[in-house]
Design a protein around this ligand. Structure first.
Ligand code: FES
Length: 143
């Protein structure tokens, strides 16, 4: 390998490895929680918010039976959770989660983690569901 080619390859590695690492880290932050579901109530154990390193997740995704869109269960504080349907209110695309916002890949709408519109063209807030908690679980009232 000549010197010029070696330097170019080294440069790609120096820039590429940290970028690849960030991309992989962002991929691993999406976690689909184990849940149980009964009569319109979804149960999520609070332990689902702990990752394999015992660190707190900010959110988990929940997939109710018979639905096309996941629910994002976002931890706002101690025993304070918001459950939002990840369906864009503009034309119904599935939203992405990242950087403490929900963003739409179709036309660029953005929503806060409580479902409020940050950026159009969407005009209506996301559908959210009532949540309650006890010592062990979070309950999403899905109907
Ligand atoms: S469907 Fe989401 S912005 Fe259009």
């Amino acid at each position: 390998m000549d010197r010029k080619k070696f330097v170019r390859t080294l440069g790609i590695c120096v820039v590429g490895i940290p970028l690849a690492s960030q991309v992989l880290q962002s991929c691993t932050s999406i976690y689909y929680a184990n849940t149980s579901e009964e009569a319109g109530k979804i149960t999520v154990a609070k332990s689902e918010f702990l990752n394999e390193k015992e660190k707190q997740r900010q959110f988990v995704l929940v997939t109710p039976r018979g639905t096309d869109f996941p629910i994002s269960l976002y931890k706002m504080g101690e025993d304070d959770y918001v459950a939002s349907l990840l369906k864009c209110t503009h034309r119904g695309c599935e939203l992405n989660v990242g950087g403490n916002i929900y963003s739409c890949p179709c036309h660029g709408s953005e929503f806060t983690t409580t479902g409020e519109v940050l950026e159009g063209p969407a005009e209506q807030q996301l559908k959210t569901f009532k949540t309650t908690t006890d010592d062990q679980n979070i309950y999403i009232y899905f109907s």
